[in-house]
Design a protein around this ligand. Structure first.
Ligand code: 4NP
Length: 165
């Protein structure tokens, strides 16, 4: 038995993570599903949720292309329901990972307290520190854009687990 693994499992602090994109039907529900699976596999007592800065798709299930690529990778997000980001999320979540700089500006604009600003980061700064790279919006593109988003998010979520789990 790997004692380091055991130690991690029982000493990891609970963490509440919010994944944020524009519509909450493509990138952020994919990030939520990926992270949920890793939380389960690593038996962590973390919680993950997702939201969109825009309200156009509130109440909808994810884009069928996102559902498809996730299913191909063994994760079911077909029952997730889109919701809109709110300023209250700063209270309920420890980390708010956004997909691109527009999401970042939309979220920080709603920040009720300067202290909370450090909760927000671009998710790809986990794998590419300080580079402020975007997870490209796959909504208007082809299926291969969703595969690419899956690879980026899977790598970033695994790194979050490796660093904090
Ligand atoms: P998401 O993708 O932000 O990754 O969920 C989008 C979904 C919908 C729209 C834009 C982006 N839209 O314009 O409706």
């Amino acid at each position: 038995m790997n004692s380091l693994l055991l130690q991690n499992k029982f000493t990891a602090l609970p963490m509440n993570i919010l994944m944020v994109c524009l519509g909450n039907i493509c990138r952020s529900p994919m990030a939520e599903g990926i992270m949920n699976q890793k939380i389960r596999l690593n038996q962590l007592s973390w919680r993950v949720d997702s939201a969109g800065t825009g309200g156009w798709h509130v109440g909808e299930t994810p884009d069928e292309r996102a559902v498809k690529v996730m299913k191909k990778n063994g994760i079911d997000i077909s029952q997730y329901v889109a919701r809109q980001f709110s300023a209250d999320d700063f209270i309920h979540f420890d980390k708010i990972y956004v997909m691109d700089s527009t999401n970042y500006l939309d979220v920080i604009r709603q920040c009720p307290h300067a202290e909370y600003k450090k909760k927000i980061d671009l998710i790809l700064n986990i794998t590419h520190p300080g580079m402020n790279q975007a997870v490209p919006d796959p909504y208007y593109g082809e299926m291969n854009g969703f595969d690419y988003v899956f690879r980026l998010l899977n790598e970033a979520c695994q790194r979050i687990i490796d660093l904090h789990g």
